[in-house]
Design a protein around this ligand. Structure first.
Ligand code: 13P
Length: 252
């Protein structure tokens, strides 16, 4: 059975002190609600990873980075390598978030390099895809997502591909308060799963977790997650409040 996952993408928010406080609150709320059917992941900024890795020890929460370098080491000022992330024993790395694609010019070619480095080091990628509003309005969102996937995760070997978590994040829904409807989410998640079936077969397709991201919150998570092809969420704003994040995680 594939995993239900709720992952928080903190983006560039929270000091270390605030982050520790947030994790403490999440841990105490989880123990009250006894969440068991979902994998919880937090993705804080790089600077917080070591400290928060200790903070989540002995809890059900896993931890990931929001990005990594596409090179493995060397003269790349300001970059953080997968080997460095591996050395602090984190679990996941978000790859290809639309903000990285838009503001840091990350191309499919760069993302494929990152995916290979992450998987070869034994970490797990959360790979993001999704169309912008003009592409949705033009009715080419299926095509856009297909190309994003074909140029990246479909170029991985089957053994590597099987370890990828996919997050469908329509860019028009990120931070806008405008969520995809439950039907829109299911439609494109099913489309993605069908693409995987065509490429790697139905067994692989049935094992891959496909998360929804974009203004997912404590109010709409249940309706989104009830869909057969929506296996959880990649949560931005609402992951910064412990009660909302845990409520979302209880929405299966
Ligand atoms: P919001 O939940 O703030 O819309 O952000 C979604 C997102 O980008 C998660 O990666």
């Amino acid at each position: 059975m594939r995993k239900n996952i709720v992952a928080g993408n903190w983006k560039m928010n929270k000091t270390i002190e605030e982050g520790v406080q947030l994790v403490k609150e999440i841990k105490s709320l989880i123990s009250e609600k006894q969440i068991s059917s979902v994998q919880l992941i937090i993705n804080p900024p790089f600077t917080h990873l070591s400290v928060l890795k200790n903070e989540i020890a002995n809890s059900v929460i896993k931890i990931g980075a929001q990005n990594c370098s596409y090179e493995s080491s060397g003269a790349y000022t300001g970059e953080v390598s997968v080997g460095m992330l591996k050395s602090i024993d984190i679990d996941y790395v978000i790859i290809g978030h639309s903000e990285r694609r838009a503001y840091f010019n990350e191309t499919d070619e760069i993302l494929l390099k990152k995916l290979n480095l992450v998987l070869e080091s034994g970490l797990l990628p959360i790979f993001c895809c999704g169309e912008v509003l003009s592409q949705r309005d033009a009715g080419i969102h299926f095509e856009v997502v297909r190309q994003q996937i074909e140029n990246t995760i479909f170029k991985l070997s089957e053994d590597k591909f099987k370890k990828v978590v996919i997050a469908y994040e329509p860019v028009w829904a990120i931070g806008t308060g405008r969520t995809a409807t439950s039907e829109q989410a299911q439609e494109i998640h099913k489309y993605i799963r069908n693409l995987i079936t065509e490429k790697f077969g139905s067994t692989v397709a049935s094992e891959i977790s496909i998360l929804y991201g974009g203004s997912c919150n404590a109010q709409n998570a249940k309706e989104l997650f009830q869909n057969p092809d929506v296996d959880g969420g990649l949560i931005g704003g609402a992951s910064l409040k412990a009660a909302d994040f845990v409520q979302i995680a209880s929405s299966f």
